[in-house]
Ligand binder design. Structure first.
Ligand code: MN
Length: 254
């Protein structure tokens, strides 16, 4: 089985909220690891991440430990960076054995060709300001300057503030139309380089779109966790994650 999740946004909210979110994700990883050949994390695993050469942000130790344990056991863990963790370097690869991708990728899995991406910056060709902002954020030179000029405590403080602002402007989508731009992108891409399925995160709205040979699976955010799973025959399904025991407690109270 191959599992897909995105937009976990570890570190969001108060310390207690962040711990609950992390535990929920770990429970999902444990469940997935029972039969996973690979686990794909399609971006925004962290609400904010910035890596210095020898310094990484505090926190997330249970997640990093779990991911390292899974790769040690031979499970392939693949991470596509999102707009909240675009500054991931090679630490997660070196320390946890995670395969890292910083741009969209077409992969053949279980006999299916899949287009995988976080889903940000796919449709910015028409917008000069978005292209410029993207170039600034992804500039290696500016990243290097930032890491040498800004003390890590200040960088993380600023990053967490910025991530909070970004989430408020883009996060917690309640309308299906937010997914339309990704479907439009897939429709155009399909003319150039057809695949069996597109898998995206980013929009914080879970949707499984299938029409006229086009399949676009959009993973939701982990405020209400969803994930996708593909079996060995290449059948993909979008699912809601129900933590073991949570449903039982609710029904016991009736
Ligand atoms: Mn996100």
């Amino acid at each position: 089985m191959i599992y897909f999740a995105s937009d976990i946004h570890l570190g969001t909210g108060s310390a207690e909220e962040a711990r609950i979110r992390e535990r929920r994700f770990l429970a999902w990883l444990d469940r997935a690891a029972e039969d996973a050949g690979a686990i794909f994390l399609l971006g925004d695993l962290f609400d904010f991440w910035f890596e210095y050469r020898r310094v990484v942000p505090q926190g997330f130790v249970r997640t990093l430990g779990k991911l390292a344990e899974l790769t040690d056991r031979g499970i392939r863990v693949v991470f596509f960076t999102g707009n909240h963790d675009m500054w991931v370097g090679d630490y997660l690869y070196r320390e946890c054995g995670i395969e890292i991708h910083t741009s969209p990728c077409v992969m053949t899995l279980a006999g299916r060709r899949l287009f995988l991406a976080h889903g940000d910056n796919l449709n910015i060709g028409h917008s000069y300001s978005l292209r410029l902002m993207n170039a600034v954020f992804r500039s290696r030179v500016l990243r290097w300057l930032f890491s040498w000029l800004v003390h890590p405590d200040w960088a993380v403080r600023f990053g967490r503030w910025w991530s909070g602002c970004s989430r408020k402007s883009h996060g917690a989508s309640t309308e299906e139309r937010v997914t339309e731009s990704l479907i439009d992108f897939a429709r155009e891409e399909q003319k150039r380089n057809p695949v069996d399925c597109y898998v995206f995160g980013h929009m914080h709205y879970a949707r499984d779109y299938a029409k006229g040979g086009l399949r676009v699976v959009m993973l939701g955010a982990w405020d209400d966790p969803t994930y996708a799973v593909m079996d060995d025959a290449g059948r993909m399904e979008l699912k809601r994650w129900q933590e073991p025991g949570v449903g039982c407690r609710a029904s016991a109270g009736e």
